[in-house]
Design a protein around this ligand. Structure first.
Ligand code: BTN
Length: 338
């Protein structure tokens, strides 16, 4: 490992504490070399503060591919990681890399997106250097990765990854909004494209780690993890947690082992038995949530008693009728018909 990476690792491993200049110099290979390394640390986007006690990285630290990849131990997701200061959309960069050797599982991160995309044609806005903007590319020539299953698996992986890294409990709103105390803290956009080499899937993930943008979605007002913690958060651990969890769920989707996905998603779902309003391809459906299915999407009993299956790709929840859960007064309904 070269000396600049050794120095960055030393500073990162002591996040929140100062590293004495003697220790930093021995990682750098001498005082003279150390002085030349500080500008290189800054070029990698890391900010360092100096005090009589030594040097200390400022939170949030820059997204750094080496720190993310270090001992990650995943099978497929995140075997290669690249970080950019800015891009149009990390999803586009991931798609553009699909034909390169070893691209499967590539994780693309950016500090800022000029044209970040959200679900259903919305924009995803996030201030520079604050949050997690991540896309994972999966080449899928045999079409083993079902879109519906992958969509809910990705939301689950994000909720679990955040919890692993921060201990902050997260819930899910269908299909894959991640909620913290009822407010949106992360979103997922799964996109598919076909090329001459076959189908590829990109899972785009935005996590409001250190800043909550104004949310255009009034049903899910936004929050950020730092607001909950009361201090800035290290994004590296969050990304590593997401990649590990995503790796596990992608393997299960690949193996069509969907029971565990169904159970884990249901356990975190903030909506089972709630009466909700869904926009599905421009049509509004109101009803009670019966279940989610990794194959068929959201399963509702509508207000006319009909069972409806609403796919994730074209549907979004536009209203939750809080308190109208099973056993509490609801408008008169006919019996559910299958
Ligand atoms: C949503 O609408 O909730 C999904 C938001 C997904 C945003 C992420 S940020 C990284 C990736 N690149 C994009 O352009 N979008 C996704």
């Amino acid at each position: 490992m070269d000396s600049v990476n050794r120095l960055i690792e030393l500073l990162y491993d002591r996040l929140g504490q100062s590293v004495s200049l003697d220790e930093a110099a021995s990682a750098a290979g001498g005082r003279g070399k150390l002085e030349k390394l500080w500008p290189l640390v800054a070029q990698r986007g890391h900010r360092v503060v100096f005090s009589p006690a030594g040097a200390c990285l400022v939170l949030p630290t820059a997204m750094d591919a080496r720190l993310i990849e270090r001992d990650l131990d995943t099978r497929r997701v995140g075997r290669n990681v690249i970080c950019f200061p800015q891009v149009d959309s990390t999803n586009d960069v991931a798609f553009d890399s699909a034909s390169q050797a070893g691209a499967d599982g590539l994780a693309v991160l950016a500090e800022w997106q000029r044209l970040g995309r959200g679900r259903l044609g919305r924009r995803w806005i996030s201030p520079p250097g604050a949050n997690v903007l991540l896309s994972v590319l999966l080449n899928d020539p045999s079409e083993a990765l079902g879109h519906e299953a992958l969509t809910i698996a990705a939301g689950l992986a994000v909720a679990e990854g955040i919890e692993d890294a921060t201990n902050i409990p997260c819930r899910l709103k269908w299909p894959n909004d991640v909620l913290l105390e009822g407010r949106k803290v992360a979103g997922v956009l799964v996109e598919l494209r076909r090329s001459r080499k076959g189908r590829c899937v990109v899972i785009g993930i935005g996590v409001n780690a250190n800043a909550a943008p104004d949310s255009p979605d009034i049903q899910s007002p936004a929050t950020c993890l730092a607001e909950h913690m009361g201090e800035p958060l290290d994004r590296t651990e969050i990304v590593r947690g997401l990649l590990r969890r995503l790796d596990g769920w992608v393997a299960r989707v690949e193996a069509a082992d969907l029971d565990a996905l169904h159970t884990a998603w249901r356990d975190r779902c903030a909506m089972i038995n709630q009466r909700i309003v869904v926009d599905s391809g421009g049509r509004q459906v109101t009803g009670r949530v019966l279940d989610i299915s990794p194959l068929e999407g959201l399963i509702l009993c509508d207000d006319h008693g009909h069972r409806q299956h609403l796919p994730a790709a074209c549907s979004t929840v536009v209203g939750i009728r809080r308190g109208e859960i099973e056993g509490k007064p609801r408008p008169p309904q006919r019996r559910e018909k299958r």
